[in-house]
Ligand binder design. Structure first.
Ligand code: ATP
Ligand code: MG
Length: 397
């Protein structure tokens, strides 16, 4: 027991001293056994939510209806979840009710994959009822129990199986694989937001070629938004060098490989995927810049309007795409940008109105934009007097 687990030991021990069972569960235990870095440890316990809350000074109800209480201790927070089973799945989605139980085995049984269904106690001893450790060693993705039933309960598990194949480079076990082939269409019942999370993790996986192969051969991709004709784009995307550093790169590259040339069209596609507006804007801006860079060089104004991070990341993507790029020029332009934003402009609407004795209006916004552009491009220095003179000469005021 070390690292994040060690820090969380007092939580386990408090529960145990009160007579409850408590274990580390889920992805953190899997990642620890794989020798990977662990950040969030999840804890499962036989204590019911009210009992958990009574034992700790500071708690937050984060998902009490699912049995999850956040315990705050020594500047850290831990999600502590009561052992539970899930019942009455409707429409192949998440269950509409959970039942708290006192048995670890019952709790592990409702988990998706064997490699996610073991628990570790405070001595580092693994409780493994479904041969998860063996599958981890043999690099196999296998559903807990009967795959067909488990995918009927929650069809998202099929996406999760494929995304772990991509992250870990594991093979899907034959029955699990076949059950996905047969049930792939059930993905239609799942909220796109949930599919998106798994899709991004799959797309960013270190072993994406393997994951993507499973995504294709099981036909899961057919049931993702806008993907039914996306096989070639996805294949090209998965040949892109890893790691893909940011989520916005996933989407920008996908749009690019799909051959989308218009920001509007790209935004509509991403809207179907239920991305946040911010992510849509960032991703389509990168696409726009990739396409712009096919025929034109950067300048200060491009760097200013697209913002340095987007410009830098795009040059990086262009390089990895083996397309013409100029990182040196980009770095130089970024470093020599006269201003970063409009706030830094040595003039504003109030000053212009004072100096011209004019009331505000459309002309004012235009004047500011022109001054901004002139300063960014280095045509005039960022000094009030110089800007005012230039605006007068150019008849903007
Ligand atoms: P990651 O490292 O990406 O967070 P994870 O395995 O921790 O991977 P989470 O989504 O955080 O994935 O879920 C935590 C645990 O909850 C899983 O390890 C698994 O045991 C269980 N779980 C998550 N989603 C499902 C699901 N749809 N069906 C059954 N069990 C699930
Ligand atoms: Mg997790």
């Amino acid at each position: 027991i070390k690292g994040e687990f060690k820090k969380a030991l007092p939580v386990l021990e408090t529960l145990q001293k009160a007579g409850f069972e408590a274990y580390f569960v889920g992805g953190s235990v899997r990642d620890a056994l794989l020798g990977k870095a662990v950040n969030d440890v999840d804890i499962a316990t036989s204590a019911f939510p009210e009992e958990i809350k009574r034992l700790f000074k500071k708690t937050v109800d984060v998902g009490i209806e699912h049995g999850t209480v956040m315990v705050l201790m020594d500047d850290e927070s831990y999600e502590v979840t009561t052992f539970r089973t899930e019942s009455t799945y409707q429409d192949y989605r998440r269950p509409d009710s959970v039942t708290f139980v006192r048995s670890l085995k019952e709790d592990l049984k409702r988990r998706d994959l064997t490699i996610n269904a073991f628990a570790m106690d405070n001595d580092g001893v693994i409780q493994d009822f479904f041969n998860g450790e063996r599958d981890l060693k043999e690099q196999i993705i296998r559903a807990v129990g009967k795959p067909e039933e488990r995918f009927h309960e929650d069809a998202l598990r099929m996406m999760r199986a494929v995304r772990f194949a991509s992250q870990l480079g594991f093979q899907l076990e034959a029955d699990t694989f076949y059950a996905i082939v047969v049930n792939a269409h059930l993905l239609q019942n799942i909220a796109v937001e949930r599919i998106q999370v798994e899709f991004v993790k799959m797309a960013m996986g270190q072993n994406v070629l393997q994951g993507m192969e499973a995504f294709f051969t099981t036909n899961l991709y057919q049931y993702c938004p806008g993907m039914s004709h996306g096989k070639v784009a996805l294949r090209r995307f998965s040949l892109f060098p890893r790691p893909v550093k940011k989520e916005r790169h996933v989407w920008a590259l996908l749009l690019y490989f799909l051959g989308i040339q218009q920001v509007k069209e790209g935004a509509a596609f991403l809207k179907h995927w239920k991305l946040s507006n911010q992510l849509i804007t960032e991703s389509t801006r990168i696409l726009e810049l990739i396409l712009y860079r096919h025929h034109s060089p950067l300048n200060h104004y491009k760097v200013y309007t697209f913002t340095p991070p987007i410009v830098w990341e795009t040059e990086d993507l262009l390089e990895l795409l083996k397309l013409p790029c100029d990182k040196r020029a980009a770095a130089n332009l970024i470093h020599t940008l006269p201003i970063q934003s409009r706030d830094e402009l040595d003039i504003n609407g109030r000053i212009i109105m004072e100096k011209t004795n004019n009331r505000g209006g459309r002309w004012l916004g235009e004047a500011i934009s022109m001054a901004e552009k002139a300063v960014v491009l280095g045509a005039i220095p960022n000094e009030q007097q110089a800007i005012l003179e230039w605006l007068k000469e150019s008849k903007y005021i």
